[in-house]
Design a protein around this ligand. Sequence first.
Ligand code: B12
Ligand code: SF4
Ligand code: SF4
Length: 311
Amino acid sequence: MNEQDIRIMAREQGIDLIGFFLTNSLVECLPYLEKRVSQGFTTGFEGGTPQERIDYLKHFPQAKSGIVIGINYYQKLERLMDDKQRGALAAVAWGLDYHQVLREKMTVLMEKINLKQTGQGKQLVSFKTYVDNSPLVDRGSAYRAGLGFFGKNNCLINENLGSYFFIGQILLDLKIDFNPVKPISASCGDCHRCLDACPNGALGNGFSLEPSRCISFLTQKKELTGEEKTLVQHYLYGCDLCQEVCPHNQELKKTNEKGFLITPEIAYPEITEILNLSNKGFQRSFGKTAAGWRGKKVLVRNAKLFEKNQK
Ligand code: B12
Ligand code: SF4
Ligand code: SF4
């Protein structure tokens, strides 16, 4: 099977970006992962030691190639400024949960690959899909496959989609015939807008991110320290501030994924509505989004902290 065949299948599947990678260990990312550990800047969401994280074969010993996909989730929804007190959800939690959307796309892609295989009298290909749910380094695989470069805001930036794309990867027991690409050497240059935009100074030089100062992390963390509680602002889940200001994220094309599209009223919910959410109401509004996994308690806590910190 060659990369062109798979690229065509991916396009039919509404996959915005696709790349291929070899499954030897992701050594190029090891120093960055080790540095995070030595700085004490891990979140507990990563899972595994740096060595385990870069070892594709530990996760899927049969892996002979890797496919990585990127799905655009950009939509412009200006912050609602009416007479109501509103918080904000980061774009990561707008619409359907991206874990589900990407997993489905990768599974259908593999079904197509397998249809072609069996049509040619070949064996079914075994595979595993990953999206933000394993120790594997999603940004690292996408970087290796040429999907983008690392920005100072830590995000992987693509020349067309900016950083507003989710990443999924597939390890498969099939040797794909592809030309390994050179990782993109572009960089941020002298720009430091994201470092300036981060309200808590969570971003540092050398791609560092201090979780205990990062609103995205704090709005997902279960127990907050006294100081951490003072850092939660209008974001009730996630944070987009270091992406919004990035020159690569201006005038982007809207996502093709209908499931991600929502209205400003949902993106910027009323604080009183959040504070009065019933369990059923939470399930109805958040159960199918990426913010659902953390549960009602943390969301309501964040809304209370926003109110308190405003005073
Ligand atoms: C833990 C985690 C978080 C933590 C820590 C984030 C962080 N920056 O480390 C928190 C909760 C804060 C977080 C927040 C967000 N996250 Co998050 N998160 C993850 C997770 C689970 C692991 C990330 C990780 O390992 N971090 C440790 C650092 C060291 O690794 P890294 O982020 O991959 O960064 C690489 C660079 O530092 C790199 N590097 C830097 N420079 C260079 C140069 C060279 C030459 C090389 C080779 C490598 C390199 O080496 C690292 C390894 O590749 C991944 C899913 C996954 N399993 O990979 C999603 C993931 C990174 N998150 C994602 C998203 C969308 C977000 C948010 C935008 C959500 C939001 N709106 O709140 C924010 C963005 C915050 C930010 N500025 O990074 C996407 C990123 C998509 C993209 N295009 O970049 C991912 C990939 C999920 C997915 N599958 O789509 N996240
Ligand atoms: S996500 Fe928000 S708090 Fe975290 S580094 Fe970016 S701007 Fe700072
Ligand atoms: S805002 Fe500037 S420094 Fe930050 S990621 Fe974008 S280009 Fe790089």
